[in-house]
Write a protein that binds this ligand. Sequence first.
Ligand code: APR
Length: 234
Amino acid sequence: MQYRNIVILTGAGISAESGVATFRDNGGLWESHRIEEVATPEAFAADPILVHNFYNMRRAQLPTVQPNDAHKALARLERELNGKCTIITQNVDNLHERAGSESVIHMHGELSKIRCEACKSIHLWEIDCLTETPCPNCEQAALRPHIVWFGEMPFYMDDIYGLLRSCDVFISVGTSGNVYPAAGFVSEVRRLGNAHTVEVNLEPSEGTSLFAECRHGKAGDLLPKLVDEILRLN
Ligand code: APR
């Protein structure tokens, strides 16, 4: 089967082999932090210093980690496919881009950006952000991480549903299938069209039974093989 329009959903598992903590595995971020204390608008209103520190720490980790074989395989797929290949990522790291992927949609935001709640401007950001840091545009101290928190609407949803409607294969990589709307994408793909669906995850995800094909193991081992298979038929 030749694929001309590939959509790949990625989650924290694809960056695990780069040394970025996932959320729900042993040692995951939600074991050492309570979601309600660092990842909701209410948390930011109650304790902005704590929330900024959580994202400052994760932003500071970015230059210390490198894309792994899974990120590199997806970049190769985009480069060499005779067609369209889009990554929809729940990850807020920049490892897809650093591996060479160009068509990347960050539905949960990006650690390397910051947003002003006063003037709504968005800025590339590599350093720590403090509650008193002025917005580079309007100079008010109203910056927040450019991250979609629990209770907020993910970004680019119209574009994403358009992609889910038109793809001929949907591949989900390294996501536990616990967080909607991303956890519902596979059902949308099946409802909207005839695309093949593939799960690549360390272990069966919550939604594993919804996929036509499942490959369980490390993304860094499995994705280069899967990409080889797709490109061989290309
Ligand atoms: N290769 C493939 N899969 C892996 C690997 C690996 N090397 N390591 C871990 N995994 C799998 C785990 O088995 C798990 O199913 O990746 C999945 C990671 O799941 P979560 O930690 O729940 O991460 P994710 O699905 O991306 O979380 C979704 O939840 O808290 C929020 O906003 C945050 O975007 C995040 C969202």
